[in-house]
Design a protein around this ligand. Structure first.
Ligand SMILES: [Zn+2]
Ligand SMILES: [Zn+2]
Length: 147
């Protein structure tokens, strides 16, 4: 399937080519709350070559815990669209709320729920972790979701 998305001003559009619906997860860490200006961030972890962006992009790069991250931002309206990190080589993390059909996709897991806003109640039965899961645990949850 091909999914599409865009930034707030439409200067940057992208295509996501994927065989299976993207696995979306919510991150409730305080960095994601600050960065999104909201209660949590919605992310989709994708093979890097699944995502094709077009339009004016600005890169914001930083180092954290010995890892190098690069975030791609619309140069016009500054919507953050995706990032790479050396912690997940070959992958891109898409801000899933920028998908045109974001309403049809539900989070399959919640991470950093120890920092979750107290008024927010999560659905029963979804995998969740108080902090970041190990790559192995998260991979197993993704596999279970993909069936
Ligand atoms: Zn824009
Ligand atoms: Zn986070």
């Amino acid at each position: 399937m091909t999914l599409t998305g865009q930034c707030r001003c439409s200067a940057v559009r992208y295509q996501l080519n994927t065989d299976v619906p993207p696995a979306i997860y919510a991150c409730h860490c305080t960095d994601c709350q600050t960065w999104s200006g909201s209660a949590f961030a919605l992310h989709a972890l994708l093979p890097a070559d699944a995502l094709t962006l077009s339009g004016p992009l600005t890169t914001y790069a930083y180092e954290l815990n010995g890892q190098h991250a690069e975030h791609q931002v619309c140069s016009v309206c500054h919507t953050r669209l995706c990032n790479t990190t050396t912690a997940a080589p070959g992958m891109k993390v898409l801000r899933a709320g920028t998908l045109d059909e974001s309403r049809s996709l539900q989070p399959m897991a919640h991470i950093w729920v120890s920092h979750k806003q107290p008024w927010l109640t999560l659905p029963e039965g979804l995998p969740s972790w108080p902090q970041s899961p190990t790559p192995q645990a998260f991979g197993e949850a993704l596999m279970a979701y993909a069936g």
